[in-house]
Design a protein around this ligand. Structure first.
Ligand code: NAI
Length: 351
């Protein structure tokens, strides 16, 4: 990805004195469709730090949406958490009005720090929002089982074609058994895989271990666990020089966003002979569900697209093999190409 200084997108500043709203909507690209990405509600040290985070996240959404074959561009909203007491409903209503003024150029949903209730308040002001309480027969609701399913089908494909054995003969280490990790553990258990789990929440990990017959290890040991596959499903930045040196797994395939501490860690994995399934390619089930909710697709359509996650992963690996790039850089390049081609087609059509 580009450095923040090279940002070529649009910033829409958010300011509402009455409610204390202060933030930015960063729209990286609208070539493939409306800029779509969640709203982060967070503390930022400075205005510049907020802009840099919004720009980085918006660009990431462009790539994620492009690689999921969705008719959506990339954007992200970032709201600074007020230091003084504030009325949450008034703040998100003001945000909803700001989203509405963009007339559909930006579509929002939840992200770190925001909830379904916040999005319901936003919905009171604009229709350009997803991640709302589930409506009968429509796509929507908790995206985590779909995110887990996309990771599962990718992992199954990867072990069969690259490790050349069925999941039932594999051991999978899962870091973090929250919404996605627990759902993934259940699917892998059903498929006969052996599991090693770790979570900072000892009660939660014990519960999932009992349900799936898994072994539990410490949070310090999980990355080095003796397993065929490592599935990071907790935090970002877990793959760095130190952790990669300790890896025992030959494949990394999990849901956590931004697993690589830096793009160079993609090369470190390759140097150690570890195959990487780029996070934003395999964890797209959630955004597919959000897109379906906004675009009015059925749940069946969501299912078909999530089941095809491994085909998109295969495209990335084939591109990596053909170009000699690491999978993370191959994914970024394919996404940039998809956006550039759509841009070219649009200019031709307008000429
Ligand atoms: P969650 O908050 O439900 O689960 C995270 C789990 O990780 C929790 O159980 C937490 O206790 C555990 N954890 C935190 N620090 C840990 C550590 N150092 N070692 C081991 N466990 C630790 O979150 P969720 O929704 O399951 O998401 C997991 C990851 O997947 C996140 O990185 C998220 O950004 C990403 N993701 C989630 C999607 C979704 O649909 N929920 C969609 C795409 C990405």
């Amino acid at each position: 990805m580009r450095a923040p200084g090279e940002w070529a997108g649009e910033f829409v500043m958010l300011k509402d004195e009455a409610s204390g709203l202060e933030g930015v909507i960063a729209i990286h690209s609208r070539v493939l469709g409306p800029g779509a990405g969640g709203t982060r509600f967070w503390h930022y040290e400075s205005h510049e730090a907020m802009l840099a985070d919004a720009a980085r996240l918006a660009e990431g959404m462009s790539y994620k949406n492009a690689m999921a074959d969705l008719p959506l561009g990339g954007a992200k909203a970032v709201i600074r958490r007020p230091e003084r007491p504030f009325d949450r409903e008034a703040l998100f209503a003001a945000f909803g009005r700001a989203v509405d003024r963009l007339g559909g150029r930006y579509v929002t949903a939840e992200d770190v720090g925001t909830t379904v209730e916040d999005m319901a308040v936003v919905r009171g002001e604009t229709r350009h929002v997803a991640g709302l309480p589930l409506a009968e027969g429509r796509a929507g609701g908790d995206p985590s089982p779909l995110t887990a399913r996309g990771v599962f089908v990718s992992m199954r494909h990867a072990v069969e074609t690259r490790l050349r054995k069925p999941l039932a003969e594999c051991t999978v280490a899962i870091q973090g058994v929250g919404h996605v990790g627990a759902s993934l553990a259940a699917m892998l258990h059903e498929a006969g895989a052996k599991l090693i789990l770790a979570d900072v929440d000892s009660e939660r990990v014990a519960r999932v271990a009992v349900a799936t017959g898994a072994e539990v290890t410490s949070v310090n040991q999980i990355l080095a666990a003796r397993a065929d596959v490592l599935a990071p499903c907790a935090l970002g930045g877990v793959l760095d020089a130190a952790s990669i040196a300790r890896l025992s797994a030959r494949l990394v395939c999990g849901a956590a966003n931004n697993q690589l501490a830096t793009p160079a860690d993609g090369a470190r994995l390759a140097d150690r002979g570890v195959l990487y399934a780029p996070d934003y390619v395999v964890n797209s089930g959630g955004i597919i569900n959000v897109a379906a909710e906004y675009l009015g697709w059925s749940r069946a359509e969501v299912g078909v697209r999530v089941e095809a996650t491994h085909e998109r992963l295969e495209r990335v690996w084939a591109h990596a093999e053909a170009t000699g790039r690491t999978p993370n850089l191959a994914a970024d390049e394919l996404a940039q190409q998809a956006i550039a081609h759509a841009h070219g087609r649009r200019r031709l059509a307008a000429a």
